[in-house]
Design a protein around this ligand. Structure first.
Ligand code: NIG
Ligand code: FE
Length: 422
């Protein structure tokens, strides 16, 4: 077999390969980072073919003059990060609302006054598919620069059939460019659109179920369906109805749940067999117990707690100690979390939620891969997985969350090719 690229001499190689990278890590298993010192990774074509200690790998592999050797002395090597919850397609920014919140208005007050998601939806509806893709490409470039090689990407700023389809088509186009692997999620039920207010939310739910979901499925534009289950947005019954419909059309389920008020969205997600339940700041003890006993990933988004200054974070410790599969993501969006810096989210999770450095690495690699349904393909350094690998300019993996806010990415290898260099 021809080895195209060989990374050698990494001070630490984090593999997450203990279970051949084929299962997500529950609870305290999240500390199993699969550490190899003086590590090496061999890549052939698009795939990882082997890893091990450098001297051992060098003694068994056949390397010729055409093999690119990358020296990772003084550095660490990890799987590419997976940002499993993002909203990268939107038009306009919302720094005016940011300033209003600093003056004391709450996120929900601003939303009720026509700001928030509706503000972005109004502008996104006026945007062509091509322009949507062009705008989002800039944000994907930011992600790549922070070591993210795959991301989930949601629609949800259209809130009508035409714009929701255009957003998903923009995501499909961006996925085809190959910069990042993108997993498309239909989030038509992100907010009740202006034309269905003040009291026709149920009619909008019918539109989502009878017009949007069938069309999105027919065009094969989304792998998942997501709903913003929240007081004043979609209640438990409306959320259940939309999810059941999406499942009939073969989509997986993700939920924005228990973010602002405890609504029982986590319990509903587990009951529906959701792939992930996201946010969970206000999750109930029963919700923690249920998700811990399931294969639904608990995706925590501490950037949102920080940026909305909620003074409260999701109970990561309780979730992990109870045995849940926890992932971390940026929630990149123009309102509640405009950051593409996933390593910063790792720092925040350590400091504000007391996750250990080992746990935050699992939560942004192997567990995040399972949160987007790609656990068989990405998220670990395992033979046969796609060669998405990041070299970081630090000698110890704990320094990535420790040097918070600093971009320590040295080299990003995407699908076996160098996609980004410091
Ligand atoms: O995940 N919670 C709802 N949706 C986004 C915010 C979207 C926006 O404000 O534009 C979130 O936080
Ligand atoms: Fe979100």
């Amino acid at each position: 077999m021809k080895i195209n690229t060989l990374i050698v001499g990494a001070e630490q190689l984090l593999t997450f390969d203990e279970y051949a990278g084929r299962v997500p890590l529950h609870g305290h298993k999240m500390r199993d980072i699969g550490l190899v010192e003086k590590g090496a990774v061999a890549i052939s074509g698009n795939d990882i073919v082997a890893y091990g200690e450098t001297h051992e790998l060098l003694s068994v592999l056949e390397i010729d003059g055409e093999t690119r050797i990358i020296d990772a002395k003084g550095k660490i090597v990890t799987p590419g990060l997976v940002d499993s919850h993002t909203h990268p397609v939107f038009t306009g920014t919302r720094e005016a609302e940011f300033a209003m919140r600093i003056e004391g208005k709450s996120y929900m007050e601003i939303a009720a006054a026509g700001g928030g998601i509706l503000n972005t939806a109004k502008r996104t509806r006026e945007t062509t598919r091509e322009q949507m893709a062009h705008n989002a490409d800039r944000y994907l470039e930011w992600m790549l620069g922070f070591g993210v090689t795959s991301a989930e990407a949601k629609s949800g700023y259209g809130l009508d059939l035409e714009t929701e389809l255009a957003m998903l088509q923009a995501i499909r186009y961006l996925a085809q460019t190959g910069k990042l692997d993108l997993v498309p999620t239909f989030l038509g039920a992100h907010e009740i659109p202006a034309e269905f207010r003040p009291d026709r939310a149920d009619e909008f739910v019918d539109v989502v179920c009878e017009e949007m979901i069938p069309k999105v499925a027919e065009l094969e534009l989304a792998k998942f369906c997501d709903v913003f289950c929240e007081e004043g947005v979609f209640d438990i019954d409306q959320t259940r109805k939309i999810c059941i419909r999406a499942k009939e059309f073969g989509m997986g389920i993700k939920l924005h749940a228990d973010e602002i008020q405890p609504m029982g969205g986590t319990e509903l997600g587990v009951e529906l067999g959701a792939t992930s339940v996201d946010h969970m700041i206000e999750v109930s003890p029963r919700g923690i117990e249920m998700i811990a006993g399931s294969n639904t990933v608990a995706t925590l988004l501490p950037g949102t707690s920080l940026f909305l200054n909620k003074g409260k974070f999701a109970p990561a410790r309780d979730l992990i100690d109870a045995g849940a599969i926890v992932a971390l993501a940026t929630d990149f969006n123009p309102g509640s979390s405009p950051t593409a810096n996933l390593p910063l989210i790792m720092s925040l999770a350590c400091v504000a939620m007391r996750m250990t450095p080992e746990e935050v690495w699992s939560a942004t690699t192997i567990n995040a891969a399972f949160a987007v349904g790609l656990g068989e393909k990405i998220g670990s350094i395992s033979a046969g997985k796609q060669a998405d690998v990041v070299i970081w300019d630090v000698p110890d993996y704990r320094q990535v969350p420790y040097f918070y806010g600093i971009n320590l990415v040295d080299t990003v290898i995407k699908n076996g090719r160098i996609a980004h260099r410091k």
